[in-house]
Design a protein around this ligand. Structure first.
Ligand SMILES: *Cc1c(COP(=O)(O)O)cnc(C)c1O
Length: 370
């Protein structure tokens, strides 16, 4: 079946529902009764429920949907995107080597600094240009490659197929993980491209309404799934029932939302290209995220204050349009020299194009830029 069908029907006809409700029920229970000691002795962790850190009915329905969404076998829903990233890095140990893209979500860099200092994981960075340079960075102790595409906030695309092809030829054991938050599975499915793990900040497009914090990890590998599920049950940063229910509900409209985010972004990118107050637009032609440079840095503060429809707020991927200043917000913890080298300057604006009418958004941008 097609993604639109899978998502619109998500939760309907699910195996945990006894009343045939069309909308998946929300179960608030931290624990579940056993009928007998024999049931406990023969407990099947994949099918039965005992305690909410292990598995809950509402989260199970969500996780089945998330797995299908990325074409994977297993999915884990967590309390934030960062918790999802932490779950992945929980697979690694001291002295393991990781290569990451050099242009990532700022919080991911902050976590990599933590892993370097407190766990003793070694990181190298790749600029996302030539795959041969990435191959050259690999060592015998390289365990994982971390990608985010398009990159954040400078919107550079990476050819996941080519990276997977070359890295797997070199060493099939190297885990390739892709943060797919920006494109969502509607525009990019990294597992189909050969990656081992997909991570989302589901706070963004997957939930799409600027109302919950959530994350997920999806894989088709039995080996990785065993490690992830053991780590999740041990550490417990899983998503609560209510947020699981909200996320499941939001996923039903993901395909139609993504189409409209993209349609709006394409119109707005074209306007920005022609806008004299803007010196450069970074838009890969796909998805709903645009970065752009305001020509006169002295006008940046005015721009934020004059906006009437678009909100000056962190985050992205929701129905409401948002703008942020990566230099001061998402990427502020990155060293200033590094920010400048990547093009993260005080006049770089990141725009999450929402679902308002594009004409109204352009009118708001125009009045705020002049
Ligand atoms: C927001 C974001 C994260 C972190 O997710 P949270 O849900 O805020 O913890 C990770 N990666 C990307 C690309 C993000 O945009």
């Amino acid at each position: 079946m097609h993604l639109e069908t899978i998502l619109a029907q998500a939760g309907n006809r699910n195996s945990q529902d006894q009343f045939k409700s069309v909308s998946a029920p929300l179960y608030f229970s931290s624990n579940f009764r056993h009928d007998s000691l024999a049931e406990v002795a023969n407990f099947d962790e994949d099918k039965q429920f005992a305690y909410a850190r292990l598995k809950t009915p509402t989260r199970s329905v969500l996780e089945e949907t998330l797995a299908r969404l990325e074409g994977g076998k297993y999915a884990y829903a967590l309390s934030s995107g960062m918790a999802a990233i932490q779950l992945v890095f929980g697979i690694l140990k001291q002295n393991d080597h990781v290569i990451s893209l050099n242009d990532l979500y700022g919080g991911t860099f902050r976590y990599f600094d933590y892993l370097t200092e407190h766990v003793g994981i070694h990181f190298d960075e790749w600029d996302g240009q030539k795959v041969a340079d990435l191959v050259a960075l690999c060592r015998p102790e390289t365990r994982l490659i971390w990608l985010e595409t398009p990159s954040n906030p400078t919107m550079k695309e990476i050819d996941i197929v080519e990276v997977c092809h070359q890295i797997k030829a070199l060493n099939p054991e190297i885990i390739i993980a892709v943060d797919n938050t920006f494109y969502s599975p509607i525009f990019q499915q990294p597992l189909q491209d050969g990656a081992d793990l997909v991570i989302h900040s589901a706070t963004k497009y997957l939930s799409g309404h600027n109302d919950i914090l959530a994350g997920c990890v999806i894989t088709s590998s039995d080996y990785l799934a065993a490690k992830l599920s053991f780590n999740l049950k041990t550490t417990g940063a899983n998503l609560d029932p209510f947020d699981s229910w909200l996320l499941l509900r939001s996923l039903k409209t993901l395909p139609i939302r993504m189409k409209q985010h993209q349609a709006n972004a394409q119109i707005i990118a074209q306007y920005l290209e022609e806008e004299p107050a803007v010196s450069k637009v970074l838009y890969p032609g796909k998805g709903g995220m645009i970065s752009f440079y305001i020509k006169d840095e002295a006008q940046v503060a005015n721009f934020f204050e004059k906006l009437q429809v678009i909100s000056f707020a962190e985050s992205l991927g929701g129905v409401e349009s948002l703008v942020t200043l990566p230099d001061q917000q998402t990427h502020h913890d990155m060293a200033v020299e590094k920010r400048r080298a990547l093009g993260i300057t005080p006049n770089l604006i990141r725009f999450s194009v929402g679902l308002e009418n594009a004409t109204d958004l352009i009118a708001d941008l125009r009045q705020a830029l002049h």
